[in-house]
Design a protein around this ligand. Sequence first.
Ligand SMILES: [Zn+2]
Length: 297
Amino acid sequence: MARRCGAYKIRPAYKTRKISALAAICLLVLFTLLIFLTQFGLLNAADYVRSTTNNENPAPMSVIDNNQSKDEVTTPRTDDSPVLLDDNQSYHYEPSVNTWQLILVNSTNKLPEGYAPELATVDQGYEVDYRCRDDLQQMLNDCRAAGFNPWICSAYRTEATQQSLFNNKVASLRSQGYSPSDAELNAKKLVAPPNYSEHQLGLAVDIVDANYGALDDSQASRPVQKWLMENSWRYGFILRYPADKTDLTGISFESWHYRYVGKQAASAIYENGLCLEEYFSSAGYAPVFMADDESFG
Ligand SMILES: [Zn+2]
């Protein structure tokens, strides 16, 4: 269709210049606006994507401090934090959020109040925290595949069970002539009092050789124990009370007691020849105290 020539008018030159200037200003404003959006809008979006995709193991709610900004809480440290070796090859652990597999329970660190892990069943009908169940089962399977015969003889214990074990030990010492206070004192060296035992975490398991069930020093020389000491770290477990760390753990050598700490921590502990107490202290990493934490699951 032909245009109507009458629609066109010749503009005076000064008007054309005015329109060009106006367009240039508009473009400048638009450009500035775009830069602004790129700097703030798009970068924030990228951060958000990064923080949500990295968050496979979100921090327990307890680590979210109300004074923290939203950006800070969207990037919690996860699970096992990376273990780094610095230039001097000294070991350190990057401070992390509280994680379920790194709760320290020993003679001076009580189990969190009302702690009740969700349990799953393993060999012989024993129960452990469901989160370490698959690694434990894999470890037992691989140990068997290597030709050995591991046998669980203790795993998760309730507070009542631990109390009963402790009472039995006290009674046994009393029957040997110990005074009530001495019996209790000595019992603590052999059996953890209720709420001071890792077994209540559901992360500790006693494994013996099926052909030799005694919990004594010779258990350490059984093929099962040798295999476990060499390989348990691959599955996230550590020999919790090594022979050369009794002064630090406060517990005599127990070649049968394995504790789940996660694969990264277990690897660092194994490679650096540490016990769990050293692992925390050498790193300046505060042990996880969850006693007042209501949200911990
Ligand atoms: Zn044990």
